[in-house]
Design a protein around this ligand. Structure first.
Ligand SMILES: NC(=O)C1=CN([C@@H]2O[C@H](COP(=O)(O)OP(=O)(O)OC[C@H]3O[C@@H](n4cnc5c(N)ncnc54)[C@H](OP(=O)(O)O)[C@@H]3O)[C@@H](O)[C@H]2O)C=CC1
Ligand SMILES: O=C(O)C1=N[C@H](C(=O)O)C[C@H](O)C1
Length: 238
């Protein structure tokens, strides 16, 4: 498979290594807008976008206009997600976005939904989310923490939204900490005066995110339409 890397930072380089180990070829590495490239002249099976919030929408939709399927893991640009999916459909292209491509986190997401379902009627417990990442991270809270909050909100009609740190009773507080060399730790806690229930995922490196993104690219290569990581991992969740 011929892969274009949109964003060639920490994640771009981790993906390059895993893609090579799985027999794929990197045909383009960019750290700038792709509008100025003549993409029709380059044979690209899939573009993988791990860049910066301000660049993602333009680069992703430029790829769609060139009929290139896109796997995107960039966080912090999701106000434009619906617009991107519309352009994908209009251009008959293919798209997977995930706030977290790690297979472990996608299992953790399912646990989070199940736990939220069980806890929604237990009014003595308050729920909160904590995420810890490295100090170079541009966005807070993490995309993964927002996904976790949205999953709880979908299951629990008493929760209407989330806030960084200080939340009203009908909101979920999300705490974001920045510590050198932490790859990504997410904890969902339910606390009462009697006890605490916690689920936690800790990434030990960037390998899990990179492997999940390459697996998603292999899955998406010959498809059209808008998908999620749950579609890619459907056999895990039957
Ligand atoms: N979904 C998931 O599983 C994961 C998502 N992420 C997300 O992926 C993104 C990238 O993370 P990470 O690799 O750690 O960050 P880095 O800062 O290491 O890499 C970002 C890269 O994007 C480049 N860039 C800057 N402007 C543009 C542009 N206009 N077009 C294309 N590329 C550009 C930067 O270039 P330069 O350095 O020259 O500015 C840099 O190479 C973040 O949003 C992060 O939250 C991270 C891990 C997992
Ligand atoms: O920036 C990172 O590093 C990560 N970002 C993603 C996020 O915002 O959730 C995924 C992972 O936690 C690493």
């Amino acid at each position: 498979m011929k892969i274009a890397l949109l964003g060639y930072g920490k994640m771009g380089k981790a993906i390059e290594e895993i893609a090579a180990n799985r027999g794929h070829e990197i045909v383009l590495r960019v750290s700038e807008d792709i509008e100025s490239y003549n993409l029709k002249e380059i044979e690209i099976d899939v573009a993988i976008d791990f860049s910066v919030p301000k660049a993602a929408f333009k680069n992703i939709t430029t790829a769609f206009k060139n009929k290139i399927p896109v796997v995107s893991g960039t966080t912090g640009w999701l106000d434009d997600y619906e617009k991107a999916t519309e352009i994908c459909k209009k251009e008959d292209a293919a798209f997977i976005y995930a706030s977290n491509f790690s297979i472990g986190v996608n299992v953790f997401f399912e646990l989070n939904k199940k736990l939220a379902q069980m806890m929604k009627g237990l009014q003595d417990y308050s729920v909160e989310i904590e995420e810890i990442h490295h100090t170079q991270k541009l966005d807070a809270p993490s995309g993964t923490a927002i996904s976790l909050a949205q999953q709880i909100i979908s299951e629990n009609p008493n929760k209407k939204g989330w806030q960084l740190d200080h939340a009203d009773k009908d909101e979920i507080p999300v705490h974001a900490k920045r510590i050198t060399d932490v790859h990504g730790t997410h904890t969902v806690s339910y606390k009462s005066t009697i006890d605490t229930i916690e689920i936690m995922h800790m990434a030990h490196s960037r390998q899990g995110f990179a492997l999940g993104a390459v697996i998603a690219a292999e899955w998406l290569k010959d498809k059209k339409g808008v998908y999620t990581m749950k579609d890619v991992l459907s056999s895990l969740f039957e």
